[in-house]
Design a protein around this ligand. Structure first.
Ligand code: MN
Ligand code: MN
Length: 314
């Protein structure tokens, strides 16, 4: 069986080679992969600044920094977990419904092969396509959703498909089980008090950042596990979850969120959950800070996803 891993950085320096995620092989041989990283270059559903169509490219570029061992989780990610860069999903600029169908079709072979899809967005509407592909195999999914927004609004500009509405669409389509949905980190202004009642009305557990900012990661993980239970679950990380000081390169930035370190600690705590898919979304490199800090953070978030997968498979 083929074991896919990155080129050895001690032989070929990390700034060399075509820009795949972490310099992994680009192949669509998902049968020999435990995890398949792929891009969703799409920003047609953004409500403020567009540009996330270039997110996958930026994250791949900065992912050259990623090494092979996670010393905090104590796991040899590459070497233990056969991982590929599956390429970019096709999109149709200007046509959101069609784009989501194309992304879903693109992902389906990964899911059918039994590999775990790890998406790089793209605005958050892309996640709906991943949830559809995964629910087809696993049934209704639980969700751990880290974001500064709930993405549970009904309509944007009077229309149903937007990056701020996809979680509600997922519930309506029966592919997300609201009783197993755990949202955390919400912060920033809302449209009114009524917005705060939306999660409860839909039966979703939503923990604003102000409520959980002093929790320990262990406490946080206990609550997440309690909510999502033992069933198949998706983990989605909207990069605007992190304070705009650490993640400015995004479409709808909010201030007063977690630092990158706080966010990584929460992420690392989420062991022992049956995650069947992951994504990091909303990286818009045009607004990124010096050193491309948002793309670098997102690359590390993907590495933490892969670490969780490797730990879970032990
Ligand atoms: Mn979002
Ligand atoms: Mn958001």
């Amino acid at each position: 069986m083929t074991m896919y891993e990155p080129w050895d950085a001690l032989t070929a320096p990390r700034f060399t080679g075509p820009r795949t995620f972490a310099r992994l092989p680009h192949t669509q041989d998902a049968a020999n992969a435990a995890a398949a990283v792929f891009g969703m270059p799409w920003d047609g559903s953004t409500s403020f600044r567009s540009g996330a169509r270039f997110g996958p490219e930026a994250v791949r570029s900065l992912s050259g920094m990623i090494r092979t061992y996670n010393p905090v989780q104590r796991v040899q990610v590459f070497g233990e977990l056969s991982t590929i860069d599956y390429g970019d999903a096709p999109t149709a600029p200007g046509y959101v419904a069609e784009t989501l169908e194309r992304i879903e079709t693109f992902i389906r072979p990964i899911v059918e092969a039994g590999a775990i899809p790890v998406g790089i967005g793209g605005d958050h509407s892309c996640t709906l396509a991943e949830l559809r592909a995964l629910a087809r195999r696993h049934g209704p999914l639980g969700l751990v959703h880290l974001d500064s927004h709930t993405d549970l609004w009904d309509l944007y500009n009077g229309l149903p498909l937007a990056h701020g509405t996809l979680m509600r669409r997922g519930i309506e389509e029966g592919i997300l089980d609201p009783a197993r949905m755990f949202q955390a980190g919400m912060h920033g202004p809302l449209y009114g008090e009524a917005d705060e009642r939306i999660p409860a009305d839909l039966g979703v557990e939503t923990l604003p950042w102000d409520e959980i900012c002093d929790w320990t990661p262990a406490e946080f993980a206990r609550r997440a596990r309690q909510r999502v239970g033992a069933g198949p679950t998706f983990l989605t990380f909207d990069v605007d979850f992190v304070d705009a000081a650490f993640a400015p390169g995004t479409g709808t930035p909010e201030v007063g969120g977690p630092t990158s370190h706080q966010a990584l600690r929460l992420l690392r705590s989420l062991t022992d959950i049956d995650f069947v898919g992951f994504d990091v979304v909303e990286v818009a490199p045009q607004y990124d800070g010096p050193g491309q800090i948002t793309a670098l953070l997102a690359a590390n978030v993907v590495f933490e996803f892969l670490s969780l997968i490797a730990l879970r498979r032990r």
